[in-house]
Design a binder for this molecule. Structure first.
Ligand SMILES: [Ca+2]
Ligand SMILES: [Ca+2]
Ligand SMILES: [Ca+2]
Ligand SMILES: [Ca+2]
Length: 198
């Protein structure tokens, strides 16, 4: 009896520690998946914008305190007759995920409230074509709530989960992405970078 009891305690703790090890492994996998997804998304945005003309951006963006999550831009494709030639109009925008309404609730049942998608639209010959570049972008940048205040102290008020703002010839890009872990916890990653454009 005593041996059985000891054995079951020992086995129980082995099972428990295996379970804990497996949970820790899952959590670290989920964390690094979100890390790389956020990095990839920011990298994709940078690659689109770094070849774009500063003059093709809305100049208001470079006013203090102005920001957008709906950015129009045009790629520099070459030089002709002493001037820069620009490619077709492109636009990066955030749109609510399918099945989501803007109501602070999770309408489509993926565990995220009002999550956004990043969409790239290119207009060639008057015909716009859109593709979704990323899913799971937070409605607001990490640390912000919609209250007219700068809660996360970055100088921007109620900024969206992807936002662009400018200073001089530099475009700041900030991105928060989120997911729900297998244990039901909300996980968020934020990255930012600054691009100097010509
Ligand atoms: Ca919603
Ligand atoms: Ca949702
Ligand atoms: Ca802020
Ligand atoms: Ca706020």
């Amino acid at each position: 009896m005593v041996v059985m009891a000891i054995l079951s305690v020992v086995l129980g703790s082995v099972v428990l520690s295996m379970q804990e090890g497996s949970d820790a492994w899952t959590a670290s996998m989920e964390s690094s998946t979100l890390d790389s997804k956020t990095e990839r998304t920011l990298d994709r945005i940078v690659r689109l914008l770094e070849v774009s003309s500063l003059g093709s951006l809305d100049p208001d963006l470079f006013d203090t305190g102005d920001l957008t999550s709906d950015l129009g831009f045009r790629e520099m494709v070459g030089f002709a007759a002493g001037s820069v030639q620009l490619g077709p109009e492109r636009r990066l925008t955030l749109v609510l995920a399918p099945g989501e309404l803007d109501n602070d609730l999770d309408d489509n049942g993926d565990g995220l409230a009002d999550e956004q998608r990043l969409v790239l639209t290119e207009t060639v010959g008057g015909t716009p074509r859109s593709i979704a570049l990323a899913k799971g972008i937070s409605e607001l940048l990490a640390g912000e709530t919609a209250n007219g205040l700068d809660d996360n102290g970055n100088g921007l008020v109620d900024e969206p989960g992807l936002c662009f703002d400018g200073t001089g010839g530099t475009l700041n890009i900030r991105l928060s992405m989120e997911k729900v872990t297998s244990r039901g916890q909300l996980m968020t990653r934020t990255l930012e970078t600054a691009l100097t454009l010509e």
